[in-house]
Design a binder for this molecule. Structure first.
Ligand SMILES: [Zn+2]
Length: 107
């Protein structure tokens, strides 16, 4: 007898969550800025420096933290993990709600 595809999906999603344990909150932001040195290429106001930040609520207040260049890809990936975690949780909750409503009918 084939298993319930929803339960298989739910199990697969739950098992995948462990790989998301390094997830980070907030959003990834790229800012352009001038460094202020008059002899720098950014002084023309066009060839600005890229500054990457993690924008996040801390105790309900919006904060932005600079990301060191060598950590940019890693942090971007970890923020993306949070999106996948939320998507997995939403799918699991949707499956469980359907199951609850179905179970309720048979009570
Ligand atoms: Zn500059």
């Amino acid at each position: 007898m084939p298993g319930d595809p929803h339960l298989e999906l739910r199990g697969r999603l739950i098992r995948s969550l462990g790989s998301l344990r390094e997830m980070l909150p907030g959003s990834f932001v790229e800012r352009k800025r001038a460094c202020g040195r008059t002899n720098c290429h950014c002084a023309d106001g066009k060839n600005l420096h890229a500054q990457y930040q993690i924008s996040v609520l801390v105790d309900g207040k919006p904060k932005a933290f600079n990301i060191p260049a060598q950590l940019v890809e890693q942090v971007r990936h970890k923020i993306e993990m949070r999106r996948r975690f939320d998507a997995a949780a939403a799918t699991v909750c949707g499956i469980n709600l359907k199951r609850f409503l179905k179970e309720k009918e048979t009570q």
